[in-house]
Design a protein around this ligand. Structure first.
Ligand code: MUC
Ligand code: MG
Length: 373
C-alpha cells in the first residue's frame, strides 16, 4: 500500500475561552488537518496545531512544507516503511509540528491497514488515562472557580497552572489560592513557558514552598544554561523540559547537561516515532515523563491518548488531554468524553479519529464555501 498524495487542509474553529500563557495566547484553533492518502483508499489523519511563539511554524508554513517539501518525497513510498518516511522528514530541519502530523497520519493508516488500534500497535498498556487540565492566566479567584468546576463536572483532580507573569507574586498568590481552595488531594504543577529567568523561578520555588506543587515546566529559557542547571540542582521538584525538548536529540541535551530532569512528551510536535525515541531515552535514564498538550483539538488529543495509554511510564501521571474544552467545536465525529477524571482509549483501527466531513467543510478555509471566523 503506497502513499498516493498528502492533503494539508487549513481550518479555523473559534475558542469559547481564549488561553493565555507566558509565551502567547490562542483565540482560534487555526490548525491544519493532514491527510495521507494511499492507493488502497485508506486515509491516515492527523491534526497540526501551529505554535509560532514556540516553534516558529504557522498555518501557512505547515501547509507549504507538507505540500511542497514532504509530499513530493513521500509519494510512492510504502506506508509501512516508517523509517524511510522518518528519513525523508529528517532531511528538513525544524518544522516539528508539520513532521509530527505526517508521522501520526502514517501510523494511523498503518493501523487501519492492519485492522488494529495504534494504541495496541504501540504497546497497549492501559485502556484509559487520568486527565490533567490546563489553567491559563486569570485572576486567582477565577482560576479557583474554574478548577472547582472542572472537578465537579469532569472529576478532574490534576491541574497545570500557567505561570511566568510579572510581578511573580501574581502567580505565587494563584498557587496559594488554588491550594487553599482545592485541598491537599489535588495535584497542582506549574508551566512558565520561559516567562521568567532561572533566578526568578528559584524565587518562586522559595515562595511556594509547602504548597505541595509537583512539577515545574520550562521555568526559564533553556539557553540560560548555567543558571538553569543551578535551578535543577536545587529544586525539590522535577524541572520539566517541554518546548526545549521537541526532539530526542534536544531531550538528551537537556537531560545530560542538567537543564531538566523530566521531559514533557507531545505527540503533536514529535509524532509517534520520535516520541518513542524520547520515551526510550527517558526510561533508560530513569527520568519522569508527562504527556503534554500543544493546545490540541480532540483529533490531536486522541493521538496523545493513544500514545500515553500505550506505555506504563506515560500513563503514570495525569495527561494533558482537555484543552479542547476551551474550543467552541471540533472536527471529531464522535466527541471525547471525560468521566471520573479519565478518558478511555478507542479500539477503532488506527488512531480512531473519524472526521465529521460536514464540520470540516464548514470550518475549512481553502474552498469557496469557506466559513470565516
Ligand atoms: C504548554 O505546555 O506549554 C502552550 C504553548 C505551547 O506551545 O504549548 C502550550 C502548552
Ligand atoms: Mg509547556
Amino acid at each position: 500500500m503506497k502513499i498516493q498524495r498528502i492533503e494539508a487542509i487549513p481550518y479555523a474553529i473559534p475558542y469559547t475561552h481564549p488561553l493565555r500563557f507566558a509565551s502567547g495566547e490562542v483565540h482560534t484553533a487555526d490548525h491544519v488537518l493532514v491527510r495521507v492518502h494511499t492507493d488502497a483508499g485508506i486515509i491516515g489523519t492527523a491534526d497540526a496545531p501551529p505554535r509560532p511563539y514556540t516553534y516558529g511554524e504557522t498555518q501557512k508554513s505547515i501547509i507549504a512544507v507538507v505540500q511542497d517539501v514532504f509530499a513530493p518525497q513521500l509519494v510512492g513510498l510504502e506506508i509501512t516503511d516508517r523509517a524511510k518516511v522518518r528519513a525523508v522528514l529528517d532531511r528538513t530541519i525544524n518544522n516539528q509540528v508539520a513532521k509530527g502530523a505526517v508521522d501520526i497520519a502514517v501510523w494511523d493508516a498503518i493501523g487501519q491497514l492492519l485492522g488494529i488500534s495504534v494504541h495496541k500497535l504501540l504497546g497497549g498498556y492501559t485502556d484509559s488515562l487520568r486527565v490533567s487540565h490546563m489553567l491559563g492566566f486569570r485572576p486567582a479567584q477565577e482560576l479557583l472557580e474554574d478548577a472547582l468546576r472542572f472537578g465537579a463536572e469532569y472529576g478532574v483532580s490534576t491541574f497545570k497552572l500557567k505561570v511566568g507573569r510579572r510581578p511573580l507574586e501574581l502567580d505565587v498568590e494563584a498557587c496559594r489560592v488554588l491550594r487553599e481552595g482545592l485541598g491537599e488531594n489535588v495535584e497542582i504543577y506549574l508551566d512558565a513557558n520561559r516567562g521568567w529567568s532561572a533566578n526568578e523561578a528559584m524565587e518562586v520555588l522559595r515562595r511556594t514552598e509547602g504548597l505541595g506543587l509537583s512539577l515545574f515546566e520550562e521555568p526559564c529559557d533553556a539557553k540560560e544554561a548555567m543558571s538553569r542547571r543551578r535551578l535543577v540542582d536545587r529544586s525539590p521538584i522535577p524541572i520539566v523540559a517541554d518546548e526545549s525538548a521537541p526532539t530526542a536529540g534536544d531531550a538528551s541535551r537537556e537531560l545530560l547537561s542538567g537543564g531538566a530532569n523530566a521531559i514533557c512528551i507531545k505527540t503533536a510536535r514529535s509524532g509517534f516515532t520520535e516520541a518513542l525515541e524520547i520515551l526510550g531515552l527517558c526510561t533508560g535514564l530513569g527520568v519522569d515523563v508527562t504527556m503534554g498538550n500543544q493546545i490540541d483539538t480532540q483529533v490531536g488529543s486522541l493521538a496523545t491518548l493513544a500514545f500515553g495509554a500505550a506505555f506504563e511510564a506515560t500513563s503514570r501521571r495525569a495527561a494533558e488531554l482537555s484543552n479542547f474544552l476551551d474550543m467552541s467545536d471540533d472536527l471529531l465525529a464522535d466527541p471525547i468524553r471525560i468521566r471520573d477524571g479519565r478518558i478511555m482509549v478507542r479500539s477503532l483501527p488506527g488512531v480512531g479519529a473519524e472526521i465529521d466531513e460536514e464540520k470540516l467543510a464548514f470550518y475549512r478555509q481553502d474552498q469557496s464555501t469557506t466559513h470565516t471566523v
